[in-house]
Design a protein around this ligand. Sequence first.
Ligand code: HEC
Length: 202
Amino acid sequence: MKRLTAGITIALSASVATWTAASDDIEAVLQNSFIAKNQATMDRLERDAVQTVCSAPRGMPLDNDTLTTLREQRLNAVALPANGHYLGDWQRGAEVAGSGRGLQSNDDPTQPNGGNCYACHQLAPDEVAYGTLGPSLMGYGARGQSEAMLQYTWTKLWDTHAYNLCSHMPRFGAQGILTEQQLKDVMAYLLDPASPVNQPAE
Ligand code: HEC
Protein backbone atom coordinates (compact mmCIF):
# COMPACT_ATOMS: atom_id res chain seq x y z
CA MET A 1 0.00 0.00 0.00
CA LYS A 2 2.81 2.33 1.00
CA ARG A 3 4.57 1.57 -2.29
CA LEU A 4 1.44 2.27 -4.21
CA THR A 5 0.97 5.64 -2.47
CA ALA A 6 4.62 6.53 -3.13
CA GLY A 7 4.17 5.53 -6.77
CA ILE A 8 1.11 7.72 -7.13
CA THR A 9 2.92 10.64 -5.49
CA ILE A 10 5.86 10.31 -7.88
CA ALA A 11 3.52 10.05 -10.86
CA LEU A 12 1.61 13.15 -9.74
CA SER A 13 4.77 15.21 -9.14
CA ALA A 14 6.09 14.16 -12.53
CA SER A 15 2.93 15.29 -14.27
CA VAL A 16 2.89 18.62 -12.40
CA ALA A 17 6.47 19.15 -13.61
CA THR A 18 5.40 18.37 -17.19
CA TRP A 19 2.50 20.82 -16.94
CA THR A 20 4.79 23.54 -15.63
CA ALA A 21 7.23 22.95 -18.48
CA ALA A 22 4.37 22.96 -20.98
CA SER A 23 2.99 26.24 -19.65
CA ASP A 24 6.47 27.83 -19.93
CA ASP A 25 6.54 26.78 -23.59
CA ILE A 26 3.10 28.27 -24.15
CA GLU A 27 4.30 31.54 -22.61
CA ALA A 28 7.19 31.66 -25.10
CA VAL A 29 4.92 30.82 -28.04
CA LEU A 30 2.51 33.60 -27.03
CA GLN A 31 5.28 36.17 -26.58
CA ASN A 32 6.79 35.29 -29.96
CA SER A 33 3.57 35.14 -31.92
CA PHE A 34 1.57 38.09 -30.56
CA ILE A 35 2.07 41.15 -32.72
CA ALA A 36 1.50 44.43 -30.91
CA LYS A 37 -0.60 46.78 -33.00
CA ASN A 38 -2.18 50.15 -32.13
CA GLN A 39 -3.92 49.90 -28.74
CA ALA A 40 -3.37 46.13 -28.53
CA THR A 41 0.11 46.28 -26.98
CA MET A 42 2.22 43.49 -25.47
CA ASP A 43 0.77 44.14 -22.02
CA ARG A 44 -2.31 42.26 -23.24
CA LEU A 45 -0.30 39.11 -22.46
CA GLU A 46 0.32 40.06 -18.83
CA ARG A 47 -1.89 38.11 -16.46
CA ASP A 48 -3.02 39.52 -13.14
CA ALA A 49 -3.28 37.39 -9.97
CA VAL A 50 -6.78 36.08 -10.82
CA GLN A 51 -5.89 35.19 -14.39
CA THR A 52 -2.71 33.44 -13.28
CA VAL A 53 -4.59 31.25 -10.83
CA CYS A 54 -7.49 30.62 -13.19
CA SER A 55 -5.27 29.61 -16.11
CA ALA A 56 -3.45 26.93 -14.11
CA PRO A 57 -3.44 23.70 -16.11
CA ARG A 58 -6.49 21.49 -15.61
CA GLY A 59 -6.05 19.06 -12.74
CA MET A 60 -3.43 21.16 -10.95
CA PRO A 61 -4.48 21.49 -7.30
CA LEU A 62 -5.38 25.07 -6.31
CA ASP A 63 -5.17 26.32 -2.77
CA ASN A 64 -8.63 27.12 -1.41
CA ASP A 65 -7.44 29.96 0.84
CA THR A 66 -5.79 31.72 -2.12
CA LEU A 67 -8.98 31.43 -4.15
CA THR A 68 -11.12 32.79 -1.29
CA THR A 69 -8.72 35.68 -0.64
CA LEU A 70 -8.63 36.65 -4.31
CA ARG A 71 -12.41 36.55 -4.59
CA GLU A 72 -12.80 38.72 -1.47
CA GLN A 73 -10.28 41.22 -2.85
CA ARG A 74 -12.30 41.50 -6.05
CA LEU A 75 -15.55 41.95 -4.10
CA ASN A 76 -14.05 44.68 -1.89
CA ALA A 77 -12.74 46.56 -4.93
CA VAL A 78 -16.16 46.93 -6.59
CA ALA A 79 -17.18 50.59 -6.99
CA LEU A 80 -20.93 51.07 -6.69
CA PRO A 81 -22.42 54.04 -8.59
CA ALA A 82 -21.20 57.27 -6.99
CA ASN A 83 -24.68 58.85 -6.74
CA GLY A 84 -26.45 55.64 -5.64
CA HIS A 85 -28.51 55.43 -8.87
CA TYR A 86 -28.10 52.16 -10.71
CA LEU A 87 -30.40 52.57 -13.65
CA GLY A 88 -29.76 54.62 -16.81
CA ASP A 89 -31.46 54.55 -20.18
CA TRP A 90 -32.34 51.12 -21.62
CA GLN A 91 -32.26 52.40 -25.21
CA ARG A 92 -28.62 53.41 -24.87
CA GLY A 93 -28.06 50.16 -22.95
CA ALA A 94 -29.35 48.19 -25.96
CA GLU A 95 -26.63 49.78 -28.10
CA VAL A 96 -23.92 48.94 -25.57
CA ALA A 97 -25.15 45.34 -25.26
CA GLY A 98 -25.25 44.90 -29.04
CA SER A 99 -21.87 46.44 -29.84
CA GLY A 100 -18.82 44.22 -30.10
CA ARG A 101 -16.45 47.05 -30.97
CA GLY A 102 -13.70 48.39 -28.77
CA LEU A 103 -10.19 47.58 -27.52
CA GLN A 104 -9.22 45.53 -30.57
CA SER A 105 -6.22 46.67 -32.60
CA ASN A 106 -8.41 47.87 -35.48
CA ASP A 107 -10.97 49.73 -33.30
CA ASP A 108 -10.92 53.51 -32.98
CA PRO A 109 -9.93 54.20 -29.33
CA THR A 110 -11.79 57.53 -29.39
CA GLN A 111 -15.12 55.69 -29.82
CA PRO A 112 -16.95 54.17 -26.84
CA ASN A 113 -16.43 50.45 -26.21
CA GLY A 114 -19.29 47.97 -26.49
CA GLY A 115 -20.26 45.26 -24.00
CA ASN A 116 -20.76 42.52 -26.61
CA CYS A 117 -23.30 40.85 -24.31
CA TYR A 118 -24.97 39.06 -27.23
CA ALA A 119 -21.74 37.22 -27.96
CA CYS A 120 -22.46 35.11 -24.88
CA HIS A 121 -26.08 35.76 -23.80
CA GLN A 122 -29.59 35.69 -25.18
CA LEU A 123 -31.33 38.93 -24.10
CA ALA A 124 -34.19 40.43 -26.18
CA PRO A 125 -36.43 37.62 -27.51
CA ASP A 126 -36.54 39.13 -31.02
CA GLU A 127 -32.73 38.99 -31.43
CA VAL A 128 -31.87 35.67 -33.02
CA ALA A 129 -28.08 36.04 -33.19
CA TYR A 130 -26.59 35.29 -29.79
CA GLY A 131 -23.97 33.09 -28.17
CA THR A 132 -24.64 30.56 -25.46
CA LEU A 133 -21.46 30.58 -23.37
CA GLY A 134 -23.45 32.46 -20.70
CA PRO A 135 -27.02 31.78 -19.51
CA SER A 136 -30.03 33.38 -21.22
CA LEU A 137 -30.89 36.74 -19.65
CA MET A 138 -34.29 36.96 -21.37
CA GLY A 139 -36.90 38.31 -18.93
CA TYR A 140 -34.15 39.28 -16.44
CA GLY A 141 -36.29 42.19 -15.16
CA ALA A 142 -38.73 39.73 -13.56
CA ARG A 143 -36.24 39.52 -10.69
CA GLY A 144 -37.31 43.04 -9.69
CA GLN A 145 -35.35 46.09 -8.57
CA SER A 146 -34.69 45.49 -4.88
CA GLU A 147 -31.47 47.01 -3.50
CA ALA A 148 -30.02 43.49 -3.26
CA MET A 149 -30.86 42.74 -6.89
CA LEU A 150 -29.45 46.06 -8.12
CA GLN A 151 -26.25 45.53 -6.18
CA TYR A 152 -25.90 41.93 -7.32
CA THR A 153 -26.32 42.83 -10.99
CA TRP A 154 -24.03 45.86 -10.75
CA THR A 155 -21.33 43.80 -9.05
CA LYS A 156 -21.65 41.05 -11.66
CA LEU A 157 -21.14 43.61 -14.42
CA TRP A 158 -18.43 45.56 -12.60
CA ASP A 159 -16.29 42.51 -11.80
CA THR A 160 -17.74 39.07 -12.40
CA HIS A 161 -14.78 37.56 -10.53
CA ALA A 162 -16.19 38.96 -7.28
CA TYR A 163 -18.75 36.13 -7.36
CA ASN A 164 -17.24 33.51 -9.60
CA LEU A 165 -13.45 33.79 -9.48
CA CYS A 166 -12.74 32.06 -12.78
CA SER A 167 -15.77 33.38 -14.68
CA HIS A 168 -15.39 33.80 -18.44
CA MET A 169 -17.30 37.06 -18.48
CA PRO A 170 -15.34 40.30 -19.05
CA ARG A 171 -14.84 42.62 -16.03
CA PHE A 172 -16.57 45.62 -17.51
CA GLY A 173 -16.08 48.11 -14.65
CA ALA A 174 -12.90 46.83 -13.04
CA GLN A 175 -11.05 46.87 -16.35
CA GLY A 176 -12.49 50.14 -17.60
CA ILE A 177 -14.19 48.48 -20.57
CA LEU A 178 -17.47 50.31 -19.94
CA THR A 179 -17.96 53.68 -18.21
CA GLU A 180 -20.18 54.10 -15.16
CA GLN A 181 -22.89 55.64 -17.38
CA GLN A 182 -22.70 52.76 -19.88
CA LEU A 183 -23.03 50.28 -17.00
CA LYS A 184 -26.13 52.11 -15.78
CA ASP A 185 -27.60 51.99 -19.27
CA VAL A 186 -26.94 48.24 -19.52
CA MET A 187 -28.50 47.80 -16.05
CA ALA A 188 -31.65 49.51 -17.37
CA TYR A 189 -31.60 47.31 -20.47
CA LEU A 190 -31.64 44.27 -18.17
CA LEU A 191 -34.07 45.51 -15.54
CA ASP A 192 -36.43 48.15 -16.98
CA PRO A 193 -39.89 46.62 -17.56
CA ALA A 194 -40.10 48.62 -20.84
CA SER A 195 -36.84 47.13 -22.19
CA PRO A 196 -37.10 44.60 -25.05
CA VAL A 197 -35.33 42.11 -22.74
CA ASN A 198 -38.48 42.02 -20.64
CA GLN A 199 -41.08 41.67 -23.39
CA PRO A 200 -42.79 38.32 -23.82
CA ALA A 201 -41.40 36.10 -26.59
CA GLU A 202 -43.75 35.84 -29.62
C1 HEC B 1 -17.37 36.15 -23.07
C2 HEC B 1 -18.70 35.83 -22.66
C3 HEC B 1 -19.54 36.82 -21.91
C4 HEC B 1 -19.82 38.12 -22.25
C5 HEC B 1 -19.27 38.94 -23.41
C6 HEC B 1 -20.78 38.59 -21.28
N1 HEC B 1 -21.06 37.60 -20.37
FE1 HEC B 1 -22.38 37.69 -18.83
N2 HEC B 1 -21.90 35.80 -18.26
C7 HEC B 1 -21.07 34.96 -18.96
C8 HEC B 1 -21.03 33.67 -18.30
C9 HEC B 1 -20.24 32.46 -18.77
C10 HEC B 1 -21.91 33.76 -17.19
C11 HEC B 1 -22.27 32.64 -16.20
C12 HEC B 1 -21.10 32.18 -15.39
C13 HEC B 1 -20.68 33.23 -14.41
O1 HEC B 1 -21.47 33.59 -13.55
O2 HEC B 1 -19.59 33.70 -14.54
C14 HEC B 1 -22.42 35.12 -17.18
C15 HEC B 1 -23.30 35.60 -16.24
C16 HEC B 1 -23.95 36.83 -16.33
C17 HEC B 1 -24.95 37.32 -15.40
C18 HEC B 1 -25.47 36.60 -14.17
C19 HEC B 1 -26.62 35.69 -14.62
C20 HEC B 1 -27.57 35.33 -13.52
O3 HEC B 1 -28.43 34.45 -13.80
O4 HEC B 1 -27.56 35.88 -12.43
C21 HEC B 1 -25.36 38.54 -15.85
C22 HEC B 1 -26.41 39.46 -15.24
C23 HEC B 1 -24.60 38.83 -17.06
N3 HEC B 1 -23.75 37.77 -17.31
C24 HEC B 1 -24.75 39.98 -17.82
C25 HEC B 1 -23.94 40.30 -18.91
C26 HEC B 1 -24.06 41.56 -19.64
C27 HEC B 1 -25.10 42.63 -19.37
C28 HEC B 1 -23.07 41.54 -20.59
C29 HEC B 1 -22.69 42.65 -21.53
C30 HEC B 1 -22.41 43.96 -20.94
C31 HEC B 1 -22.37 40.26 -20.47
N4 HEC B 1 -22.93 39.55 -19.44
C32 HEC B 1 -21.32 39.86 -21.30
C33 HEC B 1 -20.34 35.27 -20.08
C34 HEC B 1 -20.34 36.50 -20.73
